[in-house]
Ligand binder design. Structure first.
Ligand code: GDP
Ligand code: MN
Length: 380
C-alpha cells in the first residue's frame, strides 16, 4: 500500500524523523483554519499518490490567508496525472539551504537492503542517476546486521553532504532505516531531505510504500486504509474480498480468474461493446461470492447488462448456478444477466438454471455468443 505524503510523514514521526508541523484539509475553509493555526508562511500540498506534484502545480507557497484560499481552491479538484486531489496538506513553510535525497528499498537481486543518498536532491532521482550517477552514494545493508550510526556517518561523508548536516543526517538515516525495517516498508524515500539556513536537517516530503504481507502485525495501518479516497464500488468490492476495477462502459463483467476476466473484456470490446468493470470472483465462486459480485455491479448506474463468464475448473458450474439463483433471491438486479457456463459440471449447472431462464436471465453456449447478447442488450 502506498501512503499519501501526510501519512508517510505521520509514519516517519513515529520513528523520530523530523517533519514540519502541519495538518490536512478537505475544503478551502479547512485549509484556512489549519493555516491560521500553524502560522504563515505555509505550503499547500496536493495529496495524491503520484510524484512530481510540484511541477504539476500541486505544491504552492502561501504568505497569507488570501493566498491559502487561492492555492487551496486551485489545488483541490486538480487532476495530477489522472489523480484527482481530494485533500491538501498544509505545513509550515521551511527555508531551504540545500536539498538532499535519501531512501531505502529492497535490492532483490543481491538480497540486501539498498540505501541511496545524494547531495543533489529535490529533482527526480532517476534524473540524477541518468545525468550524474556519481552523485548517488549507494549503501548495501545486510538485513541481519542492520545500519548503525558509525556506518551512517561514513555514508553521509561518501555522499558529500554539507559538513554541518552530516551528524544530523546520519542519525536521521538510522531512524529512517528503523522506519523502513521495523515499520515494514517496501520503500521509504525522502526527496527532498533539506538542510535549513539555520542548519537543521528534516524531511520535506515522504514517499512510503508499506509491505502488505506484514499487515497482520500492524493494526495501526487500518487508519491509513480508512483514508483512501476510493470509488465506493471498489471499496464495497474490497470489503467483500472481490478483485474489482471500475471502468467506463455499460456491460458489467463477472468472471472467475483474472485471465478469463481480461479475455472477457476483450471479447466484449471485439463485438462492439464496452466493459463497465473488471471483476474476478476468483476460485471459490459460491453463492455468497456471486451475490456480492452482482451487488457491487448492480450499484453501478452505467451498467445496462451483466455478462457472467464462468469456466469451471476447481470451481464447479453447478455450484455457480446455485449461487446465481441464491444471489437473485438476495439482490434485486435491475439489468438482464447473460451467462456463459462451461467446464466442470457445466451440463448440471445449465440444467439447474433451465427452469429459471427468462428475458432477464439468459444463457448462451459460447463466450462469443454471450458477449454478443450482452452487448446487444446493453445497447438496446
Ligand atoms: P513532489 O514534487 O511531489 O516531489 O513534492 P515535494 O514535496 O517534494 O515538493 C516539491 C518541491 O517544492 C520541493 O522540492 C521544494 O523545492 C518545494 N517545497 C516544498 N515544501 C517547501 C517549503 O516548505 N519551503 C520551500 N521553500 N519550498 C518547498
Ligand atoms: Mn518530492
Amino acid at each position: 500500500m502506498d501512503l499519501f505524503e501526510y501519512q508517510g510523514k505521520q509514519y516517519f514521526a513515529r520513528y523520530g524523523i523530523a517533519v514540519s508541523p502541519g495538518d490536512i484539509a478537505d475544503t478551502v475553509e479547512q485549509a484556512v483554519e489549519v493555516a491560521e493555526r500553524i502560522g504563515y508562511p505555509v505550503v499547500v500540498k496536493a495529496q495524491v499518490k503520484v510524484g512530481g506534484r510540484g511541477k504539476a502545480g500541486g505544491v504552492k507557497l502561501a504568505q497569507d490567508v488570501d493566498e491559502v484560499r487561492l492555492h487551496a481552491g486551485n489545488i483541490l479538484g486538480l487532476d495530477i496525472k489522472g489523480h484527482v486531489v481530494h485533500r491538501v496538506w498544509i505545513e509550515r513553510s521551511s527555508d531551504i539551504a540545500k536539498e538532499y535525497y535519501a531512501s531505502f528499498t529492497l535490492d532483490r537481486q543481491n538480497k540486501v537492503h539498498l540505501g541511496m543518498l545524494s547531495a543533489q536532491g529535490g529533482v527526480e532521482i532517476e534524473v540524477v542517476a541518468e545525468e550524474n550517477p556519481d552523485a548517488i552514494a549507494f549503501l548495501a545493508i545486510d538485513p541481519v546486521r542492520g545500519l548503525d550510526v558509525e556506518t551512517a556517518r561514513r555514508w553521509v561523508n561518501d555522499a558529500e553532504l554539507d559538513e554541518v548536516a552530516r551528524e544530523q543526517a546520519a542519525e536521521l538515516l538510522v531512524h529512517l532505516y528503523e522506519c523502513y525495517t521495523l515499520g515494514d516498508c517496501d520503500l521509504a524515500e525522502i526527496n527532498p531531505l533539506i538542510l535549513t539556513p539555520d542548519n537543521k536537517v528534516h524531511a520535506l516530503d515522504a514517499k512510503v510504500t508499506l509491505d502488505e504481507n506484514a499487515s497482520f502485525r500492524h493494526p495501526e495501518w487500518e487508519e491509513f486504509r480508512a483514508d483512501e479516497f476510493e470509488d465506493p464500488r471498489e471499496k464495497l468490492a474490497k470489503e467483500k474480498g472481490l478483485n474489482y476495477i471500475g471502468l467506463d462502459g455499460t456491460v458489467g463483467i463477472i468472471a472467475n480468474g483474472a485471465g478469463l476476466a481480461m479475455s472477457t473484456l476483450d471479447v466484449v470490446n471485439q463485438v462492439g461493446g464496452s466493459a463497465a468493470n473488471f471483476l474476478d470472483i476468483g476460485g471459490g465462486a459460491n453463492a455468497d461470492v456471486m451475490a456480492s459480485a452482482l451487488e457491487v455491479i448492480n450499484t453501478d448506474p452505467k451498467v445496462k447488462a451483466i455478462f457472467v463468464n464462468i469456466f469451471g475448473g476447481i470451481t464447479r458450474v453447478d455450484d455457480v448456478a446455485n449461487g446465481v439463483l441464491e444471489a437473485l433471491q438476495r439482490v434485486a438486479i435491475s439489468t438482464p444477466i447473460v451467462l456463459r457456463l462451461d467446464g466442470t459440471n457445466a451440463v448440471e449447472g445449465r440444467a439447474i438454471l433451465a427452469p429459471h431462464l427468462n428475458d432477464s436471465l439468459i444463457t448462451e453456449p459460447t463466450m462469443l455468443d454471450a458477449a454478443r447478447r450482452a452487448v446487444s442488450l446493453a445497447n438496446d
